[in-house]
Design a protein around this ligand. Sequence first.
Ligand code: GRF
Length: 184
Amino acid sequence: MASGQGSNAQAIMDYFSDRPGVSVSLVLSNNKNANVLTIARDYGIKTVSFNRNEFYQSDKILDLLVGEAPDLIVLAGFMWKVPEKFLLAFPRKIINIHPALLPKYGGKGMYGKRVHRAVLANGEKKSGISIHYCNADYDKGKLIDQFKTPVAVEDDVASLSTKIKTLEHRNYAKVIDQLLFSKS
Ligand code: GRF
């Protein structure tokens, strides 16, 4: 599930495109114009977009997911809060990636450049990424793994963002792979 650019989703689709036994079966977005949907179609993966009402007030998307019976639901830049009914239907099956070392620099409103700006403003010597289970609070679910990168004095939001994206693209799919095979 993704809301925008989809570079993480792309790295995941790419990784699993030649991984026996695993397939990305569905890409969902709350934004029908999201780049991630175009990328997914290029990979021949089914896509579905939805609006707020369909996600929160109806069971349309929940039923769709239940029908897919996924081993894992991966949030990759998905900007909406996941409702409790999804968490209850898929315990320990919904994971998220956050572009900082949680528990620092997480929570409501902490996304994208805001995260990197805060890390730089606090003079942190390192930042990184956190992959965690989703729970009812933003960025508060149990940690699965973290990867770090140094923050240099000359780093700005753009360069830190590039370092973090690189870490994400290198590691998210691998962690998903490990999770899938540790479950079976
Ligand atoms: C990533 O930095 C991820 O950590 C955060 O949202 C961003 C999504 O970027 N949750 P992209 O759409 O995958 O390029």
